[in-house]
Design a protein around this ligand. Structure first.
Ligand code: PSU
Ligand code: MN
Length: 301
């Protein structure tokens, strides 16, 4: 049921390090035409760090691990591409539709394909004001052994609520070079995290030790703070008006996150877009370095 791109198939045959990349960022997170440009740049960043990119999506009902350039173009530009989380996967396959995959769906497929490092922008989590609205990303993190590099959870969410859920699900959260939990568009969310790592080798060691301890049945979150954050006052002002706009427009379900991201990008006149792109690039680079390090430790064993 899985089709591998030529590049990913070759990497798997040769045992090279691979980084999974999600596609909802491309289809529903970034505006056209920047989305395709960024998707290609992110893949190039992974390659230049010594790993092979595997962007994951469903095309005409087939699960793709690694996209050829025409397939990436389709995910970026075809209006019929829907946003698929874990629960949608079998339905999309049955109906032969095309879909971009969220963190939850991408993590699941990456694990199926034997990939253990994954880069995204910001995780989904508990929504503000509606704590019953919890991203399926959280459940996927609780069920999928994979390292996910992100810039924290999206700042549009209930950050402390999400951190508490990650604790409940026993998902370790590692701050990369920091004890401050990053806030997606913001370098710091205002919440602390207990564990800090300063190198990919430390993450690789934790990953390997989890196998020995058999606590490796779930994800590890690596939280990588953005270097040049969005202007704080602008961020807070747009967040407040964006949440009101989402309520006024009766935006619900899986449309909430894309609505708020787009609201930010238009209201900030591209400032949040600049930050979002920086985040995705930095996380993909770090994920690639980690994949290379994990690969080296696996070979030594
Ligand atoms: N990170 C970004 N942009 C995005 C997303 C993450 O920088 O668009 C996507 C991911 O696919 C994540 C999804 O899984 O938002 C969360 O959606 P929801 O809140 O509906 O679970
Ligand atoms: Mn939701």
């Amino acid at each position: 049921m899985i089709k591998f791109s030529a590049e990913v198939a070759a990497a798997q045959a040769a045992g090279q390090p691979i980084v999974a990349l999600e596609s909802t960022i491309i289809s529903h997170g970034l505006p056209r035409p920047k989305n395709l440009e960024v998707a290609l740049e992110v893949e190039a960043i992974v390659r230049s760090a010594g790993a092979v990119p595997a962007t994951i999506a469903l095309i005409d009902g087939i699960v793709h691990v690694g996209l050829e350039s025409n397939e990436l173009d389709r995910i970026a530009n075809d209006d019929s591409v829907v946003k698929a989380s874990s629960r949608d996967l079998a339905i999309i396959v049955s109906t032969k539709k095309s879909a971009a995959t969220t963190v939850a769906a991408t993590a699941h497929i990456a694990h199926l394909a034997g990939i253990n490092v994954f880069a995204t922008g910001g995780l989904g989590g508990v929504h503000r004001g509606h704590s019953y609205d919890e991203s399926a990303d959280l459940i996927a993190l609780a069920e999928t052994p994979i390292v996910i590099v992100c810039a924290g959870v999206k700042s549009i969410l209930d950050v402390p609520g999400t951190l508490e859920r990650l604790e409940t699900f026993a998902v370790p959260v590692l701050g990369f070079g920091t004890n401050k939990f990053p806030g997606f568009y913001l370098t710091e969310s205002g919440y602390e995290i207990e564990h800090r790592v300063d190198s990919v080798e430390e993450i690789a060691a934790i990953w390997n030790n989890r196998f020995e301890l058999q606590t490796n049945d779930r994800a590890i979150v690596v939280a990588n703070p953005v270097v040049n954050q969005m202007d704080l006052a602008l961020h807070n002002q747009i967040l407040e008006s964006g949440l009101k706009a989402a309520a006024a427009n009766h935006i619900t379900g899986k449309a909430v996150t894309p609505f708020l991201l787009e609201y930010f990008h238009t209201q900030s006149k591209g400032e949040s877009l600049r930050v979002n792109i920086d985040i995705i690039k930095a996380n993909s680079h770090l994920a690639a370095l980690l994949a290379v390090s994990l690969h080296a430790t696996a070979q030594k064993k």
